[in-house]
Unconditional design. Structure first.
Length: 282
């Protein structure tokens, strides 16, 4: 894949990868990562999509992977900027530099949650939301509920105090996060309405009312984060977007555990990728 640098409106440099199909193109897809997940995690699935005839772009949010500074303690960015700045930069790049429109936005977890911040959503044909859910800790099943409670009330604040940032890789939760990102995420997850308060502050509205692109939400039956309660609640943030919700029964397709991130792993190329491809093309 071609290595790119995309410049956000505030001048921040984002690391990205881009590929085009050899055959006739069927469309364009952005894979927007989950929290703390580097773009390279999706590279095999991106290759699969290119093989199906799609332009594909992967990118790292500020503070993550190739878009992170050498020392996270020097970074003051907030998580909401992944939507207000980084996602907007990606759409603008594809439209103005690559001449692409009718973009399919494949958002994994937070990658779909924040797409409502895109200013020129008319360039997005549709959103495919994978395991995107309202992250309030009490809405998770036991015993995970109490592990997440411990993360936000003890482990998270302690990491920030000791290290100056969130050392998420030490607890197996992906890439490390700058201080403000971790603390903002913590605030969201301790609130029953998740980041609705942030929307009120940033947009003077509690919902993404201007976002009207259709959303197809799919979630795994063995994902404790995206579940029967949290996925519909997340879709409520987009009141003017027509949406469909699909619960993918993992046991019907594989004996493996898929959970929150597994569907993008190479080992599910034969079992689950065709299922996700069918949802993308529906």
């Amino acid at each position: 894949m071609e290595k790119l640098t995309i410049t956000a409106s505030d001048g921040y440099q984002l690391s990205a990868l881009y590929a085009s199909p050899d055959q006739e193109c069927r469309g364009s897809i952005v894979i927007s990562s989950a929290t703390g997940v580097k773009k390279e995690f999706y590279i095999h699935f991106a290759g699969f999509l290119v093989g199906q005839g799609y332009h594909v772009l992967l990118f790292d949010y500020r503070g993550i992977g190739g878009s992170a500074p050498a020392d996270l303690r020097t970074m003051d960015a907030y998580m909401h900027e992944w939507g207000t700045k980084d996602m907007n930069a990606v759409v603008d790049y594809l439209v103005h530099e690559k001449g692409l429109k009718e973009i399919i936005w494949l958002g994994h977890s937070v990658g779909a949650q924040l797409v409502g911040f895109v200013d020129h959503a008319e360039h997005i044909a549709k959103v495919v939301s994978v395991n995107s859910a309202l992250g309030y800790w009490r809405y998770f099943p036991l015993p995970w509920r109490w592990l997440i409670w411990a993360l936000w009330y003890f482990v998270g604040p302690l990491m920030v105090k000791v290290y100056g940032y969130g050392v998420m890789n030490k607890i197996g939760w992906g890439e490390n996060l700058p201080r403000n990102m971790l603390l903002e995420w913590r605030t969201w997850c301790l609130n029953r309405s998740y980041f609705r308060g942030s929307l009120t502050q940033l947009l003077d509205a509690g919902q993404f009312v201007h976002f009207t692109r259709p959303i197809t939400a799919v979630y795994m039956s063995d994902d404790f984060i995206a579940n029967d309660k949290t996925v519909p609640l997340m879709m409520g943030f987009f009141p003017n977007s027509p949406h469909q919700i699909f619960k993918l029964s993992v046991r019907e397709h594989t004996r493996g555990k898929v959970g929150h991130t597994g569907i993008f792993r190479k080992k599910y190329r034969e079992e689950l990728w065709p299922v996700l491809m069918a949802i993308i093309e529906k």
